[in-house]
Each structure stands twice: as structure tokens, then as C-alpha cells.
Ligand binder design. Structure first.
Ligand SMILES: [Zn+2]
Length: 411
């Protein structure tokens, strides 16, 4: 007010000067979105961002193999390529050696398919030596990061890949496989999938698989298994374990997500849950919509609708679907932090495996936006660094330690 300015002009001037000094000396009171993004990029120069799950290898396979895709240049139809990995500040990527469950019924054998995927990942990394480098251990990831390269880690998706053979499991370890997702969509004789109505968990052989993975230093990945298998594995394991691409069921009631009861066990186990970006796993509205779409497709088929009519219907329904958002992914990260602790949460995008993406998280170049959102919500740099990569590195290191103690990690 004018009267205040007249009577207290000198005091206001002093206060303004004090404020200026305070602002220039301390942290900015309010940052813009661009400032948070710049801060995120700065942080990702000091810690390798480790993404738990990416299906680029299978996307390349279905496009005809490595020669049909040049990852050195932008690939608009892929969610991952080298320019986007660089823009996203990615330090290490667990590439999924995905093995379709259909290989259980008809060739090639699941183990052969897994070997071909491992071969593709290794050749992909070897093809771009300026940007990519293979890694087996946490120390490898740190060394590659210092050398300015993105680490390639291998995770097999689907325990059917071992074809019930501990010997095959040991050979996968020898090839550098760092995690195995115990199941994919279909239940095995020794582990139960999340999509199954059966309540059983691990069989005695399943426990043997977990123990051998511990001895070999392969991380047990519980994404895709049912709650009983999660619980059995958490009780059987001697090492911290992981969910390479799963979100929180308290926020989205999907069987692929992790319930709070299991999150509490993960806290005690010292493991990590790497949050999946799949819209149906992070948005309850999308999940409900997808369920209703499946019911609609079943009804159409039962009514004798042809393939084209079903495809048209799916297209129309998808166009009207609600969208998941970057903020919802951040909500899942915060929920897992609240229940399991800040040491138990990471990022497992599932890029190039998912067909829809949250608004704001379209591809691997957008990771800094997610980190920026956490900073905007008041997360400390220390906690952000844990989510970005330090938690995953700690779990890898712990698994390496257990392997050294229980059999020296020898095959
Ligand atoms: Zn998956």
C-alpha cells in the first residue's frame, strides 16, 4: 500500500536487499520445470541411471534383425535407440532376452530362443562400441559409466528358458545373464504366473532354481509371478531380489503389480522394485478400461464377429482409452518408497515391450523428466540418486557377494 511505502521505504529497501542476498546465497526458492530438468540431467552425470527392463532386442528381432535397424540414428518407430538413450541420460540398461511362452509348445526350443536373444544383445552392444559396452557386475557398470558408455546387462524374461535344467541355468550364468524372470504369462511346473488363478507358489525344484541362482549371482526377478511365488522366493532366497518391471498394486489393481504385503517383505530382503510404465499397470482408469475392452472382444468373438470387425473395434476402443501420465508413475515410485523404503525403489520402463505409454514418458529420452518430477515434489538429490541407479547397483553388488560366499559364483 502507498502509505506503507512512504513510511517504511528504507525498511522495505533493506528487506529487499536482504532477500536478494539470501536468494543468491541459498538454493532458489522456486525452480521452473526447465530448472528441475537441468538439475535431473546434472544428477544423471554423477550416477548411472539403470533401467530394469527394455524389450528392444525382441523389437529388433521382429523387424528382421540387427542389419535392418541402425541404432546410431533416431528411430521414430522405436522407443529406444542410441540418440534417445544419450538424451535420456541412461547409464545402464537391462536388455530383456524375452522368450515367448509359445516356444513351450512349438519350436524353436525356449533355450534356443533365449540363446538367440542373448546373441542379439551381445552383437548389438558390439556393433556400437563408442556408445555401448557389455557389463556383468556393478563394477563393470561403474567403469563403463566413467568411460562415457551405456552398459548392456542381460536379463532373461521367462524361466521356461532353462527347460527345467539346472545345467542350462549355469550356462546362462556363464554367458553373463544377470537376472531371470521366473515366469512370463504362463505358469511353469515349478513357479506360478501372476495371470494364473492357482494359489500355489514355488515347487521344491523352484526353490532349487532360486538357490542355484543365488550361488551363481543371477538375480531372481519376480515380475510376472503370482503372490505365492513372490512370497516363497522371498523366503527361499539368500540374496536380495528384484522386480525388474512391476508397479504398486495399492494404486492399480493389476496382478502384475506388487501388493503392499510383498513390498514389506522386499524391505526386509533388501531388494528393489523397478517401476513399470505400462499404462494398464500405473493407471487404475486404464486398467479398468482395458478389462472392459477384453470383455467386449470376447463378446464380439462369441457373437461370430470376424477378425477385421474385432480389430476395428479394438482400434476404436483404444482411441477412446484414458491416458496414464508421468505423474502417476511418480505416484507409484512414492508409494513403493512409503511402504518398502527409499532403498527399495527403481525404474523398469518396459519400453519397446509396451504398446502404449504414459503422457510425458514416451521413450528412453524422457527419464530426466521423471527425475525432475521427483525433484519438483521435494525429493532430495540423495534419494533421487538411489531411485535412478544406486539401489539397483547395491542389489547387484549384494548378489555378487552372496555368490562369492556360497560358491564363488563359479559355474
Ligand atoms: Zn514383461
Amino acid at each position: 500500500m502507498a502509505a506503507d511505502r512512504r513510511t517504511g521505504g528504507r525498511a522495505v529497501g533493506r528487506a529487499a536487499l536482504f532477500l536478494l542476498v539470501f536468494l543468491s546465497a541459498g538454493p532458489p526458492v522456486r525452480l521452473s520445470a526447465q530448472d528441475y530438468r537441468a538439475q535431473a540431467l546434472r544428477i544423471l552425470k554423477t550416477v548411472p541411471l539403470i533401467d530394469g527392463h527394455n524389450d528392444l532386442a525382441d523389437a529388433i528381432r521382429t523387424r528382421g534383425g540387427l542389419d535392418s535397424v541402425d541404432l546410431a540414428v533416431l528411430q521414430p518407430k522405436l522407443m529406444s535407440d542410441i540418440p534417445k538413450l544419450r538424451a535420456g541420460g541412461v547409464g545402464a540398461q537391462f536388455w530383456a532376452a524375452y522368450v515367448p511362452v509359445t516356444t513351450i509348445d512349438s519350436g524353436p526350443h525356449p533355450a534356443v530362443y533365449a540363446l538367440e536373444q542373448i546373441d542379439l544383445i551381445k552383437r548389438m552392444c558390439a556393433k556400437y562400441p563408442r556408445d555401448l559396452a557389455m557389463a556383468r557386475t556393478a563394477a563393470d557398470v561403474e567403469r563403463n559409466f566413467k568411460a562415457g558408455k551405456v552398459s548392456c546387462l542381460i536379463g532373461i524374461e521367462g524361466g521356461h528358458a532353462i527347460e527345467n535344467s539346472i545345467g542350462v541355468l549355469r550356462m546362462f550364468a556363464a554367458l553373463g545373464v544377470r537376472y531371470i524372470t521366473l515366469t512370463h504369462w504362463r505358469t511353469l511346473s515349478w513357479a506360478t504366473a501372476s495371470t494364473d488363478t492357482a494359489r500355489r507358489g514355488l515347487s521344491p525344484f523352484g526353490r532349487d532354481v532360486v538357490h542355484e541362482m543365488n550361488r551363481l549371482g543371477i538375480l531372481v526377478d519376480l515380475s510376472h509371478v503370482n503372490d505365492a511365488t513372490m512370497s516363497d522366493a522371498l523366503h527361499a532366497t539368500r540374496a536380495p531380489l528384484m522386480f525388474s518391471h512391476s508397479s504398486a498394486r495399492a494404486l492399480t489393481h493389476h496382478a502384475r503389480d506388487v501388493p503392499d504385503s510383498i513390498l514389506k517383505l522386499v524391505r526386509a530382503n533388501g531388494g528393489v522394485v523397478m517401476v513399470n510404465f505400462n499404462p494398464g499397470f500405473v493407471s487404475e482408469a486404464v486398467r479398468v478400461y482395458e478389462d472392459s475392452m477384453e470383455a467386449r472382444v470376447r463378446a464380439l468373438r462369441a457373437g461370430g464377429a470376424g477378425a477385421t470387425a474385432v480389430a476395428d473395434s479394438i482400434k476404436a476402443w483404444t482411441a477412446r482409452a484414458p491416458k496414464a501420465t508421468l505423474a502417476q508413475v511418480a505416484d507409484h515410485i512414492e508409494h513403493i518408497r512409503d511402504v518398502a523404503g527409499v532403498d527399495a525403489v527403481g525404474i523398469g520402463s518396459d519400453f519397446d515391450g509396451i504398446t502404449e505409454v504414459p503422457v510425458g514418458l514416451e521413450n528412453v529420452s524422457t527419464f530426466p523428466d521423471l527425475i525432475a518430477e521427483l525433484l519438483r515434489r521435494g525429493w532430495s538429490e540423495e534419494d533421487v540418486r538411489k531411485v535412478a541407479g544406486l539401489n539397483a547397483l547395491r542389489v547387484m553388488r549384494a548378489a555378487e557377494r552372496v555368490a562369492a560366499e556360497t560358491g564363488n559364483g563359479k559355474n
